[in-house]
Design a protein around this ligand. Structure first.
Ligand code: G4P
Length: 524
């Protein structure tokens, strides 16, 4: 197969949702269709059990197990599908944000009873920053939930995107009878079944066949609903979907494997193949012969006796080959990899080649950092791995003065892995660690001790947000930095960061310094 056709048939995406909406279940059903697994219940995903939230070692163990399921590749009807898993636990949200930089589209799972939830909203914002194409799957139709029209209104308002149903439910809960597939114009009748794939019925929606199948009342309601849909919603426009402006919506029940095949069949047809990626120097087209890629995730091995990691590389263009020299741009060095791994279903296996759109895992002993670029030789830097303002902050202090070097090295490497963010206060020189969740502090303390032999302790600091600041007005910027000297810090790239101690202070600063732009992500 030519390079072009290999790349064209790739579909690399992530499934995102608020915890418990059904991401894991849907992933599993998709794998069933791909023949990647044969029974339900086989996926050990990144999902972290609710009961384990206070025990992060347990969580890390589960995360460790899930290396193989971080990326799940499988073949389906001539397409090569790569699903990138994202951690369900919100303390690892930063991981999810970065994973979203490596996908070409996403499927959002929404619980029909709960609608748009906090985590969904956040993740959507990240998708919008990059105009990532989105398909929505409304899940759990076998349970009572919200009126579908209300739900569509909410999706549109909350997610700030135009929606277009491509399937439509006939009742829900105990009266759930199935969905009408608007995209393919056939009827899917519901039989609750967790293991097998249900059959679809070709039906003329205007014929009495519909009454025979679902009864008079539901047939009439379905016809009315469909008429309303055609009247209210614009036609599905693949171009708008690809531009991230219109989201097709499907209804179903992942647990019952219902509506999933329709989703997948439509997905492979409309979802984008690998898209061009912006580097600092130029836009890189996936079909270019020369290999380029970037590290979007580093997964540490939790076994203290083997401090090794896997660096996950998204291939942006061309073909990656085993044992070929590639340039590590930040180090300016050539590197070759004798055991790159690819991820097929549940197995991690050594591969000889991989194509744009694919993810390869490279064994890493501290040479990679999140955002690093690898190329066939060209001097390129991929952009777009934003850091988000952390939600929690603590001073990190050295508890063992004999181990200062180890502590510094450990902190630097953990930051390279993207575990948390480090800021240095310019006023007192103290180091501040910012995270999105309490768990990371425990993870850092434990790993510093067990992997680097260093001991740290945390001291409280009351901060609200970290904002990256910039201005065209040099004088005002200098004035601001002087006035707020106690709250000015630098991030690891040496950029100016304002540490606001309350929402009010931030608001006042924004009012008083009109020529300064305050950013809540490091990419602007
Ligand atoms: P997540 O990865 O988004 O966190 O969600 P997950 O798939 O684990 O699903 C969360 C819960 O919702 C699970 O139940 C799962 O069985 C259930 N679920 C998923 N899809 C459907 C559906 O279509 N209908 C119904 N009724 N339930 C669904 P659990 O009790 O938390 O876990 P488990 O013991 O069943 O694994």
């Amino acid at each position: 197969m030519s390079l072009e056709s290999e790349i064209k048939r790739r579909r690399t995406f992530a499934i995102i949702s608020h915890p418990d909406a059904g991401k894991t279940t849907l992933t599993e059903k998709l794998l069933l269709f791909g023949g990647a697994i044969h029974v339900a219940g086989a996926v050990k995903s990144n999902k972290i059990k609710k009961t384990a939230t206070s025990d992060w070692m347990e969580i890390e163990k589960q995360r460790g197990i899930s290396v193989a399921t971080s990326v799940m590749g499988f073949e389906y009807e001539g397409y090569k599908i790569n699903i990138l898993d994202t951690p369900g636990h919100q303390d690892f949200a930063e991981d999810t944000y970065r994973t979203l930089t490596a996908v070409d589209s996403v499927i959002i799972v929404v619980d029909v009873a709960k609608g748009v939830e906090a985590q969904t909203r956040k993740l959507m914002n990240v998708c919008r920053m990059r105009n990532t194409p989105i398909i929505v799957f409304v899940n759990k139709l076998d349970r009572e939930g919200r009126d579908p029209f209300d739900l569509l209104d909410e999706l549109e308002a909350e997610l700030g995107i135009q929606v277009r149903p491509l399937s439509w439910p006939i009742n829900m809960g105990v009266h759930f009878k199935g969905v009408y597939n608007i995209f393919e114009q056939n009827l899917q009748l519901y039989t609750p079944n967790k293991q097998f794939i249900s059959e679809s019925v070709a039906i003329d929606i205007q014929s009495t066949q519909l009454e025979e199948r679902v009864g008079d009342a539901d047939a009439a309601k379905l016809r009315d609903d469909l008429e309303l849909i055609e009247g209210v919603y614009p036609d599905f426009d693949p171009q708008q979907y690809l531009a991230g402006q219109q989201a097709p919506v499907f209804f179903g029940s992942a647990l019952n494997n219902f509506g999933v095949k329709e989703l997948l069949d439509c997905f492979v047809r409309i979802a984008p193949s690998p898209r061009p990626v912006q580097a600092l120097e130029r836009e890189v087209n996936p079909y270019e012969e020369a290999f380029t890629g970037f590290v979007f995730k580093i997964h540490a091995n939790m076994d203290p006796n083997h401090r090794s990691c896997i660096a996950f590389v998204k291939i942006c263009s061309g073909k990656f080959e085993r044992n070929v020299n590639y340039k590590h741009i930040r180090h300016g060095k050539l590197m070759r990899f004798s055991s790159p791994t690819a991820f097929m279903a549940q197995k991690k296996e050594t591969v000889d080649e991989a194509y744009a759109g694919d993810i390869v895992g490279l064994p890493d002993t501290g040479t990679f950092k999140i955002g690093d670029t690898l190329t066939s030789g060209e001097q390129l830097h991929f952009k777009g791995l934003p850091s988000f303002s952390p939600e929690m902050f603590k001073y990190i202090e050295n508890s063992d003065p004999m181990k200062t070097k180890q502590l510094e090295k450990g902190v630097a490497q953990l930051m390279d892995e993207g575990v948390a963010q480090l800021f240095v206060n310019q006023f007192n020189g103290r180091k501040i660690i910012g995270t999105v969740g309490q768990l990371q502090f425990e993870v850092i303390q434990y790993r510093l001790l067990h992997e680097y032999g260093a001991q740290c302790r945390w001291e409280p600091i009351a901060l609200h947000k970290a904002c990256w600041i910039e201005s065209d007005d040099e004088a005002e910027l200098e004035n601001f930095k002087k006035r707020k000297a106690q709250y000015m810090a630098k991030d690891r790239e040496g950029r100016d960061v304002f540490l606001a101690d309350s929402g009010y202070v931030l608001q006042m600063a924004q009012q008083d310094f009109k020529h300064i732009r305050f950013h809540f992500t490091s990419e602007f």
